[in-house]
Every structure is written in structure tokens, then in C-alpha cells.
Design a protein around this ligand. Sequence first.
Ligand code: ATP
Ligand code: MG
Ligand code: MG
Ligand code: MG
Length: 437
Amino acid sequence: MRLSKYFLPVSKEAPSDAAIASHQLMLRTGMVRQNGAGIYTWLPLGLNVLKKIEQIVREELNRAGAIEILMPTLQQADLWKESGRYEAYGKEMLRITDRHDREMLYGPTNEELVTDVFRSYVKSYKQLPLNLYHQQWKFRDEIRPRFGVMRGREFLMKDGYSFDLTPEDARRSYNRMFCAYLNAFERMGLTAVPMRADTGPIGGDLSHEFIILADTGESAVFCDKALLEMPAPGADLDFDADLTAEVEKRTQHYAATDEMHDEAAFAELPEERQVSARGIEVGHIFYFGTKYSEPMNALVQGPDGQMVPVEMGSYGIGVSRLVGGIIEACHDENGIVWPEAVAPFHVGLINMRVGDEACDNACNQAYAALTDAGIDTLYDDTEDRAGAKFARMDVIGLPWQIVIGPRGIANGVVEVKNRKTGEKSELSVADALAMVR
Ligand code: ATP
Ligand code: MG
Ligand code: MG
Ligand code: MG
């Protein structure tokens, strides 16, 4: 992409109303534009990142056997009356009436809708296990939307739902999602720690929040350092195998948010392993049994011929929250430092002297070579001052910068800079290409 033909409204000033780094940086780099409290337009740079995250989530869920669908944002109230949640949900739910005075709502979550899909088509245990997910906008009328996209009112969530015949099968489905989540977050460059979460009135131990550590996180969290050092199960994991050991390897270590914190148990850890920090909830998985299938009559026939309510779990990822969360975890004093997998472009190419024939030619050639090699490149071909170009490239945080100027051309070299380490090297175009690949 040529910057002169792109839409990248970067501003120098940090907006005064943004309290944390990720929110400031997202506004400054023109990733999003606020429309109303907790409601944002995604501009090109921000949308690029959002799509990358969405795609990683999709690939990791598909690998774990989940199947993508797309449910609507607007729902009829009827199903929520069946489950009993229409009254219970409270003010976070945006309620709407259509022209025929039918009660509708903008979905804050989709258990009811997906249960209705399930009961309409699935009648036998032979069609199980089933795991359906979508990535769709949600609306929650948060009392205090803040921190930009991290606590929006309209936000993009991946929500998935598992269906099984027995609680044991449901646990296997839960374990698959547990591992898939770790893989997905690791691919995004994040260390996400699964922490025991409150299961509410259903009880049991099958709910985990996935938390990334950041000083600006909204919850206080406590965990064993071992969890921060443990790699994700990885792409080779066989999702058809028994994943109990993978899950237990992690759940045996202490990890809890403030709501579930047990000071005495935490104190038993050796002091050097006690991590007490703040965290951002980027995902949440939950086994809730027959909470919806019973009132909504979603029954399946077991091998014995008996009809029983299907066992369900739900699995959420804050896709749009992750954009802010990743920036919280990955920035420095000069701006964003994108992990490669989610960067809006892989390389920023800077032309130091637009209008100079040798410079323009060298840049055009490098740009063509990068593009031909399938490397997503943002080419700064604007007439702005060199200093402004450097600052802009730093703040938008692409993993690599290639700088081409008259002095280098005279010596047959370009400058390659790694945004994360700041390391610079002078290389031929061919070597530069090999380096950023
Ligand atoms: P929180 O505790 O932050 O309010 P939640 O527990 O209400 O989140 P869940 O119902 O577990 O949220 O939803 C699944 C995921 O959706 C969360 O883990 C989070 O990443 C994301 N999410 C929830 N609320 C918001 C929001 N207002 N803005 C952006 N993302 C959100
Ligand atoms: Mg909430
Ligand atoms: Mg929560
Ligand atoms: Mg939650």
C-alpha cells in the first residue's frame, strides 16, 4: 500500500480524554474513531489488525474441531423469555421494539439463539459432539465504557457453544477449547494465563478466564510464575486425543482473579514464584450443563433411547478487546510494537527523498520486490519531512522498517530497522528482503 493513496489519519497529539496507552495509541494512529460512548468506527489500520486477530481465532478453533456459523446481532425477545433471562439480564441489555411493537434486543451473548438452532436440527447423540461458534458484534450497555475498545459497548466477540451427551463428554469439549485458546493467544504474541473463575449457582470447577498481565488491567490477579513460563500446547496437539494432562499441567498451579483469590493457598507458594499483578480478561470459558437446554427443551436421544437435555458449554474471546490488550502488552515510549502475527503491515518502507529520481526508482523496485514476495508493505511515498516519517513509522509499530535515502543508494545499501529491538543494519536490497521475510 502506498501511503499517499491510503487513509491513515495519524496525529501528533495524544488525545486528552484517553487514560491508558493503548487507547491513546489507537486514537493517535488513526486505528479507530469514537462515535459515541463505547462505540467506534474501525479505520483501515485498526481494521487490518482486527481481521488478523479474527483469522487467528478462526484457524485455532477450526483446528480444534469447532465449526463457524453467523448468528444475527438483533434477536427476538421470545427465546430469552423461554430461558428466563429476559427479565434477569438487567440494564446491560439494549432492548428495542420494532414497528409492530415486537420486543427485540441487540445480543449481548447468544446462548438462547444457538440452543434454538441446535434443538431445531439435532436429535440424536450420534450427531455429537458439536461445537458451533461465530464472531459477531455484541452490545452491552456498560455502565462505564472506558479504555477505548477494551470496554466498549459495541464490541466484537468470538462466542462458541459446545453440545455433548454427558458431563464427561462436555469436559472433553471444554478441554479442547482450553487448549485452543492457549494456542490462539500465543500466536498473537501474548502470554494468557487461565485462571479459575466463578461458576455462579451451577458450581463445579469448570470455568476459566484467560488473563493477560498489564498494569492497566481491571482485575487484580494472583498466579504462580510457572504459568507465565509455560508454552502453549502448540499446533501439533492432537485434538482427538485425551487432553486432560495438558489442562491439568496448567490448572495444578495457583492462578486466580481477586474474586476467587485464596490468600492462604497463594502464600504457600515460594515467594519468588508469587506473581501479584493486574490483568485483562481476554477470554472466558464455561461449562454450564443443562442451564439452557432444560428450560428450552433441547433434548437428544442417548444410546439407551432416552431423551435427555444436552450438556452445554460456552466459550468467549474478546476479539476487539484484544486489539487494545495487545497494544497494552506491546508498546514502548515511541509507540506500538506489533507482534508479527497481528501487525497491520509487515514492513514500512520509507523513501527519504521523494522526487529524487534515484531514490524513487530504488524505492519502487524495493516495493515491487517486497510485494512480489507476498510481504505486506506500507510504502511511505509522501513528501513529509524525514523526521515526521520516522516518528510516524515508529508510532504505528510495524515489525520492520526499510529506509532508502540518497547516501545509501550511493553505496548500494538500504537501512533495515527492527522496530522491537531498535537494531539497524545496512544491507543490499536482496539481503534486506531476506532479513524481513
Ligand atoms: P468483563 O468482566 O470485562 O465485563 P465479562 O466477564 O462480562 O467481561 P464475558 O461475558 O465473559 O465478559 O464475555 C466474553 C469476553 O468478551 C470477555 O472475556 C471479554 O474479553 C470480552 N468482553 C466482554 N465485555 C466486553 C466489553 N464491554 N468490551 C470489549 N470486550 C468485552
Ligand atoms: Mg461484563
Ligand atoms: Mg468478567
Ligand atoms: Mg467473563
